[in-house]
Write a protein that binds this ligand. Structure first.
Ligand code: SF4
Length: 217
């Protein structure tokens, strides 16, 4: 596994990495460790529904962070605030304005924590997924960081240099839980609608894990 040597912007000394889940953050974390970058994981994802799915995703992430002795900050699961902000956007498609709100909300909290705890740089594992719009994510990250003087959102493209394929390799090696929808109740609904249209079964929570035999992301 050849990875580029990474450096934080502005020669900063540490990073607060927002993490959405273990599969997306696995490669990001290993790349940071290999580059000897000091970082902590910030898990703030009140979008994930239902709570059963939230706990599985979080526990997988904790398991991997503990394996590498990376500090894991477990933030609120303030779903009421998330649903309040999502009002009127229930029918929006993925990558639309509801997702902008969702990234904004998660990065605003990440930036606030970073500001209060002396992290000059923030970033997120969200952008490594090919299902996401990296420009949309970076725009939200930059906006959140811009509220604080001297804070930078690191717009590193985690997909490049083989990052996307290593993400899958690591997920298989670690046998991570393989979520089948983005996270919120609306993405669960829409994925199930799509599966129904294809004659497929509804998503069953907590049953699918990556393995050496997995052939999909
Ligand atoms: S589809 Fe994903 S990014 Fe968009 S609002 Fe739902 S959980 Fe957030």
């Amino acid at each position: 596994m050849q990875r580029p040597k990474l450096e934080l912007p502005n020669k900063a000394d540490k990073l607060l990495l927002h993490s959405c889940c273990a599969p997306c953050s696995g490669e990001v974390m290993e790349a940071l460790i290999e580059s000897e970058i000091d970082f902590s994981i910030f898990f703030y994802n009140p979008n994930i529904h239902p709570v059963k799915e939230y706990i599985i995703r979080k526990e997988e992430n904790i398991r991997f962070a503990e394996k590498h002795n990376i500090p894991f900050i477990d933030c609120d699961y303030d779903t009421d605030n998330w649903f309040e902000r999502a009002k009127g956007m229930e029918e929006e498609p993925e990558r639309g304005i509801r997702c902008t709100m969702c990234f904004d909300m998660r990065f605003e909290r990440t930036a606030l924590y970073a500001h209060e705890h002396g992290f000059p740089v923030i970033s997120s594992s969200l952008g490594i997924s090919r299902w996401k719009d990296m420009k949309q994510i970076n725009g939200c990250g930059v906006r959140a960081a811009s509220h604080y003087p001297d804070m930078t959102y690191w717009e590193y493209n985690w997909r490049k240099g083989g990052g996307s394929s290593r993400m899958i390799e690591i997920s298989k090696r670690e046998e991570f839980y393989q979520q089948e929808y983005c996270g919120c109740v609306y993405s669960l609904r829409d994925t199930n609608r799509f599966r129904k249209s294809q004659g497929r079964d509804r998503i069953k929570l907590g049953v699918k894990f990556y393995s050496a035999m997995s052939d999909e992301e």
